[in-house]
Write a protein that binds this ligand. Structure first.
Ligand code: ATP
Length: 299
């Protein structure tokens, strides 16, 4: 479906994207992560044909991307771009017609989405009268009204309350089910963990982590043990080879270990204590992100 092949982009002297490659298949949700300025928006703009890469190519269904093909893509930009004096209905009609749809089809799709997002009563209201969260929903509808094959979402959840985050997540999953390939950026790692099977983490335009989330976690090796119990020998645990840190967390302690083998040594130390919980967990994506992007990782 989408193939980004070895793209590099400079702004003058500034290297924004550095030999980046990835693929996103039909019905796949792909996360493009990275700290501020890592090159995510630049990558999206290149995929959309809004910017030319200095080298490398982007293919959509085997064809090199050009302006005509971008009709098959929906794009929600990071900086929201609605015409706020228009009504919701006129705005969506405007975008739908630009994408070559019939008015009747646009209105049918629009009603479906307004109902899904619980904003049917705003159909004839001016966009500027809507809350930021509801404007964001309209922005989303404008990007998917033409049923794109590929959907690009730059920070789609920022500024949404938890209920609206759930509504948008459901909408994205519904599109995935219909076969849409989805690629999105977010700084909210918990959402990425929930959602993306596959991801890339960029640092200064270069991928520092890439692949399937499951594999990434397995390869990372470091793990966390959550223990709840009475009189735990914290100093003893800290001394075990392979224990990286021991921290109290919400009435429990969290022991970070170098790899899974260390868990048995920790267990030996506490097995005679009064324990009510002993959970061994993979590192969170947030931890992996900080380790890889913060440059403190030696794994
Ligand atoms: P954020 O998470 O903050 O949105 P990002 O990952 O989307 O960041 P980009 O906007 O792609 O990052 O920017 C990548 C780099 O390119 C940054 O160093 C940025 O300052 C630089 N850059 C982006 N656009 C331009 C431009 N038009 N001219 C010059 N430099 C630019």
């Amino acid at each position: 479906m989408l193939e980004v092949s070895n793209i590099t982009k400079y702004y003058g002297e500034k290297l924004a994207v550095d030999h980046l490659s990835f693929t996103v298949k039909k019905g796949e949700i792909f996360g493009l992560l990275g700290e501020n300025g890592a090159g995510k928006t630049t990558t999206f703009r290149i995929i959309m044909g809004l910017l030319n890469a200095n080298s490398g190519s982007v293919f959509l269904n085997g064809k090199q991307i050009d302006y005509k093909l971008t009709d098959q893509i929906g794009y929600v930009t990071e900086e929201r771009s609605l015409l706020t004096k228009m009504t919701v209905k006129d705005q969506i009609l405007f975008y739908g017609i630009l994408k070559g749809m019939d008015e009747e089809d646009i209105l049918e799709e629009l009603d479906k989405w307004l109902s899904r997002f619980e904003i049917t009563s705003y159909k004839n209201r001016k966009i500027k009268e809507l809350s930021k969260g509801n404007q964001q929903k309209v922005q989303f509808i404008s990007a998917i009204i033409h049923k794109p094959k590929l959907l690009i979402l730059d920070e789609p959840f920022s500024g949404l309350d938890p209920i609206n985050v759930e509504l948008l997540k459901k909408a994205i999953l519904a599109l995935q089910k219909e076969g849409c390939a989805i690629i999105f950026s977010s700084h909210q790692m918990d959402i990425i963990e929930d959602f993306c099977e596959k991801l890339i983490i960029l640092k200064e335009g270069k991928p520092v982590v890439s692949g399937y989330l499951k594999e990434i976690k397995k390869e990372y090796k470091k793990m966390n043990i959550r223990i709840k119990g009475e009189d735990l020998p914290l100093d003893e645990i800290k001394k075990i080879k392979g224990v990286l840190s021991v921290l109290p967390k919400k009435g429990e302690i969290e022991v970070k270990i170098e790899n899974i083998k260390v868990k048995d040594k920790v267990f030996q130390k506490i097995k005679n204590c009064d324990i009510t919980k002993y959970d061994v967990m993979e590192a969170s994506l947030n931890e992996i992100f900080i380790a890889k992007v913060g440059g403190k990782d030696e794994a």
